[in-house]
Design a protein around this ligand. Structure first.
Ligand code: ADP
Length: 293
């Protein structure tokens, strides 16, 4: 069973921003969600694991190998789908993937063709493989990104904000493809979308301002909130009043009124009813809602 161990990782940018403040995480095979608002430090962590940049201090070990000391070794075993995949709009998917396969060292043309077709098929792009990448929808581009990340059979796959900008149908399609990838490898999915984690991940961490605030299994983390959440509808003008009196973890518009969710061990008052917790409650009770961008 492979493990990725991140120990006391610190990264400060030259402008003084401390993006990682001593991050510790142990990530096992399967789909791991790294959840946090914009600016939390997710991309910094992903880029450091991917050997694209170095941390100031701390270590990352993958399957017993020190990542910083053995960059080439890690790069051979790594697949990376960055947030903004840099596409060449006037080249077809099949030509681009063939080019990447060549870069990955698949030198035999027949084998290369087989591998390329295999992955185009895996991500449902085989029928449109001759179309230019510039004509692809957001979802198709993301699926192409997965195909290129999978070339070379990586056992560590890093996917940065994969569903941002996808419409619900594309997102669903992409979930189906992603969900199959966690077998026998570590997949780290960085996202600010709670649903990505609840749909796909067996373990997850919440990261905020460069710190890991929670690392758990989604179901277990939801169970911890059982019996502690209360909801009621209030008028918009009352939000401040309620926030002063109770620990309001989220507010949601509902038919012109606002539904507030309060975290409390006891019924706050008779006007509240109990609320079944979900993963967004875990998120909002870990990170104050007004700090989520
Ligand atoms: P996330 O991916 O969670 O949105 P990032 O890792 O991109 O977070 O950013 C973490 C913090 O580091 C933010 O405050 C961001 O502004 C800062 N940051 C990220 N990249 C750089 C950089 N190249 N130079 C300076 N500051 C950066």
């Amino acid at each position: 069973m492979k493990e990725l161990i991140i120990d006391s990782l610190v990264k400060t940018y030259s402008n003084g921003v401390q993006a990682l403040k001593g991050v510790n995480l142990t990530i096992k095979e399967g789909m791991f969600g790294l959840l946090g608002p914009n600016g939390a430090g997710k991309s910094t962590l992903m880029r450091t694991i991917s050997t694209l940049q170095e941390a100031d201090s701390g270590t990352i070990t993958f399957d017993g190998i020190d990542v910083t000391e053995n960059k080439m070794e890690i790069r051979k075993r790594l697949g990376f789908l960055p947030q903004d995949f840099d596409f060449y709009p006037n080249i077809s998917a099949v030509d681009m993937l063939t080019h990447f396969a060549r870069l990955k060292g698949i030198v035999n043309p027949r084998e290369r063709k087989e591998v390329v077709n295999h992955y185009l098929n895996e991500v449902n792009l085989f029928n449109v493989k001759k179309k230019h990448l510039g004509s692809y929808s957001g979802g198709m581009k993301q699926r192409f990104g997965i195909a290129q990340a999978l070339l070379g059979e990586p056992d560590l796959l890093i996917v940065d904000e994969p569903t941002a900008g996808l419409d619900p149908k594309e997102r669903n399609h992409f979930y189906n493809i992603l969900s199959a990838l966690g077998e026998n490898r570590i997949v780290i999915l960085s996202t600010h979308i709670v649903e990505d984690v609840s749909e796909l991940c067996s373990e997850f961490a919440i990261i905020h301002r460069g710190e890991v605030l929670l690392c758990d299994n989604p179901i277990q983390s939801i169970n911890h909130l059982e019996g502690m959440l209360w909801k009621r509808l209030i008028d918009k003008s009352e939000i401040e009043n309620y926030s002063d009196r109770f620990k309001v973890i989220s507010t949601k518009l509902q038919a012109g009124q606002v539904q507030i969710t309060v975290l409390s061990e006891e019924l706050p008052d008779e006007s509240f009813t109990s609320k079944e917790p979900d993963l967004s409650d875990v998120y909002f009770s870990t990170i104050p809602a007004d700090e989520i961008v």
